[in-house]
Design a protein around this ligand. Structure first.
Ligand code: MD3
Ligand code: FE
Length: 204
């Protein structure tokens, strides 16, 4: 369904076996070196979400982590292929060419959340693709002007696809909370929520 112009939600897009293999990949990405960590914010805070970056570091256009100088893990071709299929399914005949080259992989434990923010680090106007795995997360989609209302909340369940393009690309968004114990069995994730976002950096 279209949540807002350019924002498409396709529940249950990932078959269980695909979910299981993404969780397995996520577990490998999470391991050191250059594994998952709580991102430190410029103001001195620490995010409750844990993140691992593929293709570039959280600080855009850096390919080593400035905290420890370790090269980021590569962004695999198979993940780009999955992103292309996602954009094609979301937009049909109107789908743009999509060549994602960076990903943020976020892990939410029972108490993690993500405050309302815009994703402005990429130089490409291409859509962001989001894949949800494990426990349900309550996602808040706001407006493009500020962190206030109007917003609306939707539950993102394991296997759901979200694609944010066009006018929605710069919408404020976040995750208000996780619903513990809601994830499926059999995908190898017994607690928490894993979210994979694919992006085009706009470089090379
Ligand atoms: C709407 N992640 O990594 S994914 C992020 O569930 C991020 O981990 C959330 O926001 C998560 O930056 C939300 C859905 C999403 C991703 C990017 C967007 C929604 C978006 C960009 C523009 C508008
Ligand atoms: Fe975001």
């Amino acid at each position: 369904s279209e949540l807002a112009p350019g924002a498409i939600h396709i529940p249950d897009w990932l078959a269980p076996d695909r979910q299981r293999r993404l969780v397995e990949a996520g577990r490998a990405w999470a391991r050191p070196p250059a594994g998952m960590r709580h991102t430190r914010l410029p103001g001195g805070g620490v995010m409750s979400v844990q993140t691992v970056c593929l293709g570039w570091h959280w600080e855009p256009y850096r390919y080593v982590r400035h905290v420890d100088g370790i090269p980021v893990k590569p962004f695999p071709d198979w993940l780009a292929d999955l992103g292309r299929r996602a954009v094609a399914d979301a937009y049909g005949d109107d789908a743009p060419d999509y060549r994602p080259d960076v990903a943020l992989v976020n892990f939410y434990d029972d108490n993690a959340r993500m405050g309302l923010h815009q994703d402005r680090d990429e130089r490409s106007p291409a859509p962001v693709v989001s894949l949800s795995l494990g426990d349900t997360g309550r996602f808040r989609l706001g407006n493009t002007e500020n962190r206030g209302r109007p917003w609306h909340d939707i539950d993102l369940e394991s296997g759901d696809l979200l694609v944010f393009g066009g006018p929605s690309r710069l919408a404020y968004h976040g995750v208000t909370h996780i619903l513990p114990g809601t994830g499926p069995t059999g995908i190898g994730l017994t607690h928490g929520r894993l979210n994979i976002t694919l992006r085009e950096s706009g470089l090379s």
